[in-house]
Design a protein around this ligand. Structure first.
Ligand SMILES: *Cc1c(COP(=O)(O)O)cnc(C)c1O
Length: 389
């Protein structure tokens, strides 16, 4: 009998410890972990530098109120701004909080310039921005919102890739367009660079803000610090979370000076835990490692090798694999059929992966994965294709 609520359909497997790309289960099996807490453990399990950081900081200071200065947070915010488009950072504890805060930033901006009627957020139908009340209605998914009414209003939706409907849905009340640069839960759907450019132009023309949700695809996962970087555009607001804490819960909103105009006033927003010294110490260490040029180059090179070989497998089993999607180490194998059996067989072969919409199996190796570990996973994927042929 479990006293945990039954809101998850958990696999019957638990782990004693992890090291790097591997997890060790209670029944003494070694698993190659390409879930990594859903793109959270960006440096794998028990990374020595993160262990050292948390040990050291835990003896000094865990938590103080945001009523006081927090130097560790100042440091991380500065690093994030120096590395990216952003001028200001506001720390939270999770992705949903970060996306909600992004919405608040956008609304408060228009309020602060005397246009409070501009408060609606235009999102992609069946996207994923988290599980709070506002975030589920932003995501526009029937399954996520069912039974949780009354509806949180203020969100409009367009279908991914339907540019005509996107343009038609912008009204005089629209404050911002919010999209995932790469849809994660939605099935690893990448917004191409030319689309991002057009999106930026459209937002400029309509004088609305562009929010890019990089909670899953950001923090070096694609081989760039942000997934939108190749397009050369500058968003106004970017919520982040998952990867930045390396396993410690951290969320944040990054924003330009202009977008921060409204939220930059005392008392406008707050969080008890957000940005506490323990979280910030860990975030600083993750940031130092994953934002270096050398590290990013390695992610690019190894993920290219991985993608190339996944495509070779796809071509060998064209009746099973429909497409290989994604960028860097945010990869989806799309099957023709439901992916549950495939995922189960991967687990039987000691490779952990996770599902996404549209029959997609998500592969999320740690960003510091080794080439031989990627090759090991390729072997297992090929073996399962052969079994299911
Ligand atoms: C995971 C995710 C969120 C929500 O993050 P939580 O930490 O679970 O609240 C929001 N947006 C995207 C794109 C995500 O992948």
């Amino acid at each position: 009998m479990s006293y945990l609520a039954k809101n998850y359909n958990r696999k019957k497997i638990s782990f004693k410890y992890g090291k790097g790309s591997y997890l060790y289960s209670s029944n003494n099996k070694k698993y190659l972990d390409f879930v990594q807490g859903i793109a959270v453990n960006s440096l794998g399990h028990a990374h020595p530098k993160l262990v050292q950081t948390i040990n050291k900081q835990s003896k000094k200071l865990w938590h103080v109120s945001n009523a006081f200065q927090i130097p560790e947070g100042e440091k991380l915010a500065k690093k994030l701004c120096k590395k990216t488009f952003a001028d200001y950072v506001m720390f939270q504890n999770s992705g949903a909080e970060a996306t909600e805060a992004a919405i608040k930033v956008a609304r408060k901006y228009f309020y602060s310039i005397g246009k409070p009627h501009k408060n609606r957020i235009l999102c992609v139908k069946n996207s994923f921005h988290g599980r709070t009340l506002a975030a589920i209605y932003a995501s526009g998914s029937r399954k996520m919102t069912e039974g949780f009414g009354p509806k949180v209003t203020g969100f409009d939706h367009f279908v991914f890739g339907d540019h005509k409907s996107l343009k038609n849905k912008i009204t005089k009340n629209t404050a911002a367009i919010m999209v995932e640069t790469i849809m994660g839960e939605g099935g690893i759907k990448v917004i191409p660079d030319w689309c991002l450019k057009e999106l930026r132009k459209l937002c400029n023309k309509k004088k609305i803000l562009l929010i890019l949700d990089e909670v899953q695809c950001g923090i070096s996962r694609t081989g760039n610090f942000f997934a939108f970087e190749n397009s050369k555009i500058k968003p106004d607001i970017v919520p982040i979370a998952k990867g930045i804490g390396g396993g410690f819960p951290i969320g944040a909103v990054l924003m330009t000076k202009k977008a921060a105009k409204g939220i930059n006033s005392f008392g406008s927003h707050g969080s008890t835990f957000g940005g506490n010294p323990l979280a910030m110490a860990v975030g600083n260490t993750v940031m130092d490692i994953v934002s270096s040029k050398k590290f990013l180059k390695k992610v690019k090179d190894l993920s290219k090798h991985f993608l190339k070989n996944l495509n070779i497998i796809k071509n060998e089993y064209p009746d099973i694999i429909k497409s290989i999607r994604g960028k860097g180490f945010l990869i989806g194998i799309q099957l023709y059929k439901d992916q549950s059996l495939f995922i189960k067989k991967l687990i039987d072969n000691q490779l952990l992966t996770i599902r996404a919409s549209e029959n997609v199996i998500r592969l999320l190796p740690p960003l510091n994965v080794k080439k031989n570990e990627l090759d090991q996973s390729l072997k297992i994927i090929k073996k399962v294709c052969e079994e299911l042929k």
